[in-house]
Design a protein around this ligand. Structure first.
Ligand code: PLP
Length: 385
């Protein structure tokens, strides 16, 4: 599928300039039809659970292939939070390793779940950013022989900074700690190979660059780690055979199913599979190159216009999201909406996110709108530029 054909699958582009994939991916004809197919199956067959469970298994396999994992390394969860909670509940903090090292750029759910483990003996330590930079050295300053795990977001939802995960894995593994990647702000916007990256755990979900709806998340657990863990946040779908309906004993499958809990969100599995298929038809390399090109075009033009771009200049340190500092970002988002542009804000950062369905005309439309609304934007000082 060409990029033009891909864009044509998203009707919203007839009406809007959509640059908010960091919140929610645009709705494609395909995901729309997949949700209808689920409703049809329900209407037609009443309760085709075998077919629905099979759909979840197909999704698991497709997602595994999309990140370079094997199917037994993937748990299908209700959210990224559910995956993080399952792992956190499986760890103990009463041995020599009780520290959890959290960087300043984490999404709140990641920090909050580990802070909740303090009641169980965890000690949460912080790797501090300098402005909008969070180098591996900041982590290296706090990771030591007491560190159990380092949860780390790949791309920061507030400023678009992309952490050097391969570098972080090296530091953490050298010192005996696990790395838990949160890839939610990146998965679907380009290729990833979890084995090559070397992370121990990863979570993500479907509603952003994976082009589907809330209600499905994924947890990756490195094959050789799976059988070390028995989560206390669990449920019947975490068993060897959920349909054995046992209430007298608990067993642990040898695969990542052991990190699952309740009935999967089947309707969202239909949507998620359709989103993944679309990305596959385009190809992750093509998607990644288009996103990188648009991000570069937008960030460079915004800098040239004198705006304060918070996302790093270095291509290796940024993902699909560019954040421009505003004097009143919620107000600016509302102004842009009157011009047919859908963006979002966090604090006073205006978030402009690109996916492969965006094109040069979208970049130029956002830029012209920002120039027209430039009184809402912070100006960069010569050095900050
Ligand atoms: C980086 C990141 N992690 C986690 C989440 C939340 O995941 P969930 O609501 O599926 O638990 C988000 C949602 O915006 C996010 O951006």
């Amino acid at each position: 599928m060409t990029l033009e054909e891909f864009r044509a699958r998203f009707p919203i582009f007839h009406r809007r300039v959509y640059v908010n994939s960091c919140s929610q991916g645009a709705l494609s004809i395909d995901v729309d039809q997949a949700i209808r197919a689920y409703l049809d199956s329900w209407q037609e067959s009443g309760s085709p659970w075998e077919m629905w469970v099979d759909q979840v298994e197909k999704l698991r396999a497709r997602f595994a292939a999309s990140i370079g994992a094997t199917v037994d390394e993937i748990a299908v969860t209700a959210s990224a939070s559910a995956g993080i909670n399952a792992v956190a509940s499986a760890l103990t903090f009463d041995g020599p390793r009780s520290h959890v090292v959290i960087g300043d750029f984490e999404f709140p759910t990641m920090a909050q779940i580990w802070l909740a483990q303090e009641r169980r003996g965890a000690i949460v330590r912080r790797a501090h950013a300098t402005g909008d930079e969070l180098p591996v050295e900041a982590y290296a300053a706090v990771i030591d022989e007491r560190t159990l795990i380092v949860p780390a977001t790949h791309v920061c939802f507030r400023n678009g900074h992309k952490t050097d995960i391969a570098g972080l894995v090296k530091v953490a593994h050298d010192r005996g700690a696990y790395v838990f990647l949160d890839d939610y702000q990146r998965t679907g916007s380009g290729p990833i190979d979890v084995h090559a990256l070397g992370v121990d755990f990863m979570v993500t979900g479907c509603l952003k660059y994976m082009l589907a709806a809330a209600g499905i998340g994924f947890l990756y657990v490195r094959r050789d780690l799976i059988e070390r863990f028995e989560p206390t946040v669990t449920g019947w779908f975490g068993r060897v055979n959920p349909f054995a309906f046992r209430i007298d004993a608990i067993d642990w499958p040898a695969n990542a199913h052991r990190f699952e809990s309740g009935t999967p969100a089947v309707v969202n599995a239909y949507a998620a599979a359709a989103g993944l298929d679309l990305l596959n038809y385009v190809g992750y390399d093509v998607v990644g190159r288009q996103v990188d090109r648009l991000v570069e075009r937008f960030a460079a033009t915004a800098r040239d216009a004198g705006f304060m771009v918070r996302t790093p200049v270095d291509r290796a340190r940024r993902g699909p999201l560019v954040v421009v500092q505003s004097l009143d970002a919620p107000g600016l988002v509302a102004r842009l909406a009157t011009r047919g542009i859908i963006a979002s804000s966090r604090g006073n950062g205006l978030r402009v996110a690109f996916h492969a369905y965006n094109n040069d005309a979208d970049v130029d439309a956002v830029m012209s709108a920002l120039v027209a609304e430039s009184s809402w934007l912070e100006r960069a000082t010569a050095t900050a530029r």
